[in-house]
Design a protein around this ligand. Structure first.
Ligand SMILES: Cc1cc2nc3c(=O)[nH]c(=O)nc-3n(C[C@H](O)[C@H](O)[C@H](O)COP(=O)(O)OP(=O)(O)OC[C@H]3O[C@@H](n4cnc5c(N)ncnc54)[C@H](O)[C@@H]3O)c2cc1C
Length: 408
């Protein structure tokens, strides 16, 4: 099979042939699209292969049900990529404060951007808007978009990694394959990389709600024994809820009529924003902790949800993925500057080592929080309340936590 499939010429180096395409990114979700754009901006020849073309985002559309809280590290990356201003101006909601409280002990902790000399802790944005804006920037940056088509398989060899696309097995060759194909990552499986973790046996019920009182540019999170309930501020004054519930409870809540749903949600939120007045239709997502055993194989790396999925209680999933993308770009630039092969095992190991340890610490930290907040014994609940109250009175510790969540 020729190495010049899909129009990519083959460079002749003095020793062996190298593909003209440096990186093939598989998966054009927020993380894969950001990685492709970051690598193209850094001067690499990049293709992005996606199985489903994203739906165009339009401001007239209802706010998409999937929203994320972007931390400062993510905002910085999107800004470097030249897309943050468009996202921000299209529709985004800044949150200046975060108030987290425990339903059982009543203990609370507050984070305030002003205390850190910032104007925001982060921004709530729609996944679809971020993805769509990144997609608009791909071709102008020189990224070759391929699809909608699926990657069916791949084979890594001395000259590059050969991807088989679509039904007819059309081929594409690159130096490096970057798998950003989501939590179920078919490519991770094909690379023989296992993952460990646990099923939380929970679902996150999401909807947007209109509340009696304004959200005050605050992200609210109440820890209940069954799971956390977050109310994230939207630009139009509503709040987006992420209500983690045991599987059967989630099914029951999904089936409630609107009035009953709003009533139960009001109680669960302790009426912090007053009564719940109206809600959009609901959706639910299964929750898993999942960490890939390795982030690299021959000419292959994982990033984003393909590498890790975490409990949404800390709102960090995509923030970790975007940090993977930035780290991968920096590692490959370092390798190129030093005149090394960007897909050399030691280069990929460096990326994998840096990101896997950081992601693992965070994922296990969020998991520990989920476990601690599931404690029901009165003694443990009292200890938890004491810990939270102490932390709230320790500004340096709070500042460290907040900066860490922001990606510093
Ligand atoms: C309820 C909920 C709330 C959340 N809230 C937050 C939050 O506040 N903050 C935060 O940071 N994170 C949050 N997250 C996590 C965040 O949504 C995910 O981390 C993020 O969407 C993952 O993006 P990704 O690009 O890695 O993967 P995906 O978005 O899953 O993208 C993978 C892409 O790969 C494509 N693909 C798959 N297989 C193939 C193939 N074989 N060939 C070609 N293409 C393929 C798919 O079509 C898809 O487009 C939340 C998650 C949930 C469930």
């Amino acid at each position: 099979m020729s190495l010049s499939e899909r129009g990519f010429a083959v460079r002749e180096s003095s020793r062996r042939r190298t593909p003209a395409l440096d990186v093939a990114v598989v998966g054009g979700g927020m993380v894969g699209a950001a990685a492709a754009l970051a690598l193209a901006h850094a001067g690499f020849a990049v293709a992005l292969i996606e199985a489903r073309a994203p739906r165009p985002w339009q401001v007239e559309d209802e706010v998409d049900l999937r929203v994320v809280g972007l931390a400062p590290s993510s905002l910085a990356l999107l800004d470097q990529l030249g897309v943050w201003t468009s996202i921000h101006e299209a529709r985004s909601s800044r949150y200046r404060r975060m108030h987290v409280w425990d339903a059982e002990s009543g203990a609370a902790i507050d984070f305030d951007a002003a205390a850190q000399g910032r104007d925001a802790l982060g921004y709530i944005v729609e996944n679809a808007l971020v993805q769509w804006t990144l997609w608009q920037a791909l071709e102008p940056a020189g990224v070759r978009r391929i699809g909608p088509t699926e990657v069916r398989g791949f084979h890594a060899g001395a000259d590059g990694v050969r991807l088989e696309l679509g039904e007819d097995g059309e081929a594409l060759v690159a130096s490096l394959l970057v798998a950003a194909d989501g939590a179920g990552s078919p490519l991770r499986e094909r690379a023989g990389i296992g993952s460990r973790g646990r099923d939380y046996a929970q679902r996150a019920v999401v909807a947007h709600v209109r509340t009696e009182r304004p959200h005050q540019e605050t992200a609210w999170q109440r820890f209940l024994a069954e799971g956390p309930l977050a109310l994230l501020p939207l630009a139009d004054g509503r709040s987006s809820i992420v209500w983690s519930l045991p599987e059967a409870e989630a099914q029951r809540v999904l089936a409630l009529d609107d009035a009953a749903f709003l009533g139960e949600l009001g109680v669960a939120s302790d009426f912090r924003l007053g009564r719940m007045l109206a809600a959009t239709p609901r959706a639910a997502f299964p929750l898993r902790l999942q960490l890939a055993e390795r982030y690299q194989a021959e000419r292959f790396v994982l990033l984003g949800d393909a590498a890790h999925t975490v409990h949404p209680l800390a709102g960090q999933g995509v923030n970790l993925g975007l940090r993977d993308a930035a780290e991968l770009r920096d590692t490959l630039v370092e390798a190129r500057t030093a005149g090394r092969d960007i897909a050399a095992p030691h280069v990929l190991r460096r990326y994998a080592r840096r990101r896997r340890s950081a992601d693992t610490l965070d994922a296990l930290g969020f998991d520990a929080l989920a476990r601690i907040y599931a404690w029901r014994s009165p003694a443990l609940v009292a200890a938890r309340g004491l810990g939270v109250r102490l932390l709230d009175r320790l500004p340096p510790a709070k500042q460290w936590l907040s900066r860490h969540a922001g990606g510093e």
